[in-house]
Write a protein that binds this ligand. Structure first.
Ligand code: SF4
Ligand code: SF4
Length: 419
């Protein structure tokens, strides 16, 4: 099967050429503790083999002798699938690499190669197609109407200062957090609006499976819709890849600036607190914050959630926090593929996901590995004497709850401390 090989832009060229094979990145990866072969450098090497075959003379002439090869057989592709889906794109490996090589970005490019040859988890492919074509809006109409009835907030209000960006995934997995965000916005007297329909499933799903054209189309459509309402600020609740994609990649992909500022809810609440609009009482509770990889490491949003939590709780220290946060393994679509979340999505959308025996086994093994990948971090969090772990992204929350940890979404915790 022919594959589409990523272009060698300057960043990819650096990641491709400058790895020394020192393996300093290995212990930073949650999947390394599942199997040593899932070390970042080993996963990225599969893409390097492909790039060598296309972009080096020695690779074209000597092939495997110089570590250059293209996947050809079904077995080749299936093997690559296993490695490509043992990465949450958390970015921790690039902070430990002496050369700043982002092996997660290399794995994402490996997923692009696989996707171009038709290899991606069926559920992600179907969700991405529904997100691109808009089919999820009609399929989830009742769920959305029920949410709006409960929220009792302005909908599609033009020129409101704040638009709360709510996806279908937010409603299904973090419904209470969305409602609590609405409560907080009302309590500070914010001029805000909800969208008139869910904005994506977990936008952009295409990004997780390496279908960049689907991701681009979804983001373009959502940005167009948002700009038609002219808010000044768009607020995201999901601290996973939706935040980093819309914040850092979308303007490059669409090649223009947007007519609004984009913030995570923790950044907005920190602004309210600073200006005195948000008044919180002390709850007498000890909390520990599980930072979000995308927010803290890629976005530098470290102080904002802490300042807000410190206003209502005793915030305990935990090692490997802030920019150095250890990932809980569910980013880049792995959390979406977990049984709990995928069942919710399939039920809500009335979808039928026809998977082969091989794919069912692939997903079962992925689920087991995902649980193992979270175990190290969960033990560290449990060892802190906190009453509750506060998290900023839905996949972290799911992993924590599954691991038997008392956990709460940041905005839900803050809503309890409102005067
Ligand atoms: S981005 Fe995170 S999950 Fe992916 S290889 Fe690097 S450390 Fe591992
Ligand atoms: S730490 Fe950097 S240079 Fe060393 S193996 Fe990992 S990616 Fe390569």
């Amino acid at each position: 099967m022919p594959v589409s090989i990523p272009n060698l832009d300057s960043v990819t060229l650096h990641y491709f050429e400058n790895c020394m094979g020192c393996a300093a990145c290995a212990p930073s990866c949650p999947y390394y503790y599942v199997d040593k072969h899932y070390a970042p450098v080993e996963k990225a090497e599969f893409l390097r083999e492909i790039l060598r075959k296309k972009y080096t003379i020695s690779g074209r002439l000597a092939g495997r002798l110089v570590g250059a090869k293209l996947p050809k057989s079904e077995e080749d592709f299936k093997k690559l699938m296993v490695f490509a889906y043992r990465c949450a794109n958390c970015g921790r490996c690039y902070t430990t690499c002496p050369y700043g090589i982002d092996s997660g970005a290399m794995v994402n490019r490996l997923r692009q190669v696989l996707s171009s040859a038709g290899y991606a988890p069926t559920l992600l492919r179907q969700l991405s197609a529904m997100e691109k074509e808009g089919g999820y809006v009609a399929a989830a109409r009742k769920i959305w109407e029920d949410f709006l009835n409960t929220a009792q907030a302005p909908v599609e209000k033009k020129s409101a200062r704040v638009l709360l960006m709510v996806s279908l995934g937010d409603i299904l997995i973090s419904r209470q957090a969305v409602l609590d965000a609405v409560t907080v916005l009302k309590s500070v007297g914010e001029d805000f609006t909800l969208p008139g329909r869910p904005l994506g499933v977990f936008p952009p799903v295409g990004y997780t499976l390496g279908d960049l054209e689907a991701a681009r189309a979804v983001v373009a459509e959502i940005v167009k819709y948002v700009e038609s309402l002219s808010p000044q600020i768009v607020v995201i609740l999901n601290g996973c890849y939706t935040y980093s994609y819309f914040r850092f990649e979308a303007t490059n992909i669409l090649r223009r600036k947007f007519g609004f500022k984009l913030l995570h809810i923790s950044e907005l609440l920190a602004e309210y607190l600073k200006s005195g609009r948000l008044k919180l009482k002390k709850l007498g509770i000890k909390v520990v914050l599980q930072d979000s990889c995308q927010l803290a490491r890629r976005g530098g949003v470290v102080e904002e959630p802490r300042r807000v939590l410190e206003a209502c709780a005793d915030v305990l220290d935990v090692k490997h926090s802030g920019r150095d946060v250890e990932c809980l393994g569910g980013g880049a679509g792995i959390g979406i593929l977990s049984r709990q979340i995928s069942d919710e999505l399939v039920k809500a959308l009335g979808a039928t996901v026809a998977s082969s025996d091989w794919e069912r086994q692939f997903l079962e093994k992925l689920e087991r590995d995902y649980e193992k990948a979270t175990a190290k971090r969960i033990k560290i969090l449990k060892d802190v004497d906190a009453d509750v772990v506060v998290a900023l992204c839905p996949f972290a929350l799911e992993a924590l709850k599954r691991g038997g940890v008392e956990a709460e979404h940041f905005v839900s915790f803050v809503a309890k401390a409102l005067w």
